[in-house]
Ligand binder design. Sequence first.
Ligand SMILES: [Zn+2]
Length: 246
Amino acid sequence: MTKPLDYEFKYLEEYGKDEEIFLRPDRQDRSSAAWEKLLALINQAAEEGWTEFAPGRMMPRDLWRQIRVLPNEIEQLTQVTHLFLYGSSLERIPPHIGKMTSLKEFTPYTSYGLHWFPYEITRCKNLVDSTVSTRALYGNYKNRPHFPDLTKAFNQVEYFDYAPTCSVCNKQVKNNEYRQVWISLSVATDILPLLANICSNACLEALPAPPESYIQEPHQGGIHQKQAITFWEQVLNKNEDDDEVE
Ligand SMILES: [Zn+2]
């Protein structure tokens, strides 16, 4: 499958009903002053044991706006209980967030470029509170945008300086011998579209069940992926069930 011409690319922001959505590639400039500043802040936070990490409040506005991906180094922030990313230009969070094991509160609110999250965020077992902008999410219940089709190579997530381990069993995966799937799950107080790297059928089957009215199994997205049950479909189904009981 060849990559479509640029003008055919549609990301969630430009989404039109029944149009295919593409996954935005990593477009972080890692040679910028903004990136350096953020790395320095992470370093300082790790060394000084900060419990809140709010880089947008500690960087000049014009630098903060240039941050589209969080650095892998966030894995050092094991004492942070609140990750505050309000109003960011972020488009990706790396799986390394799963090592922020003290995390209780996750606030990426109004980060409209964040359409999905890494499955590894489910490893933050203390996470109880989240504030996510629902409309920005793939498969959200408000307007049910499609998920990018992961069977197409150019939609697959490639990580910067990271060889993925299986999102479920954490085993090292050799030479791209994993499958990427979408699954919507409850994370803290939101239902998030998560991207998982899966090493085997056993791990695929070990994924938890999604909440009601979301696609009920892991899937690879695409325009033909049947979306979850709508409210009205639920009502109709329920009425049918009632009829059967009578
Ligand atoms: Zn596995």
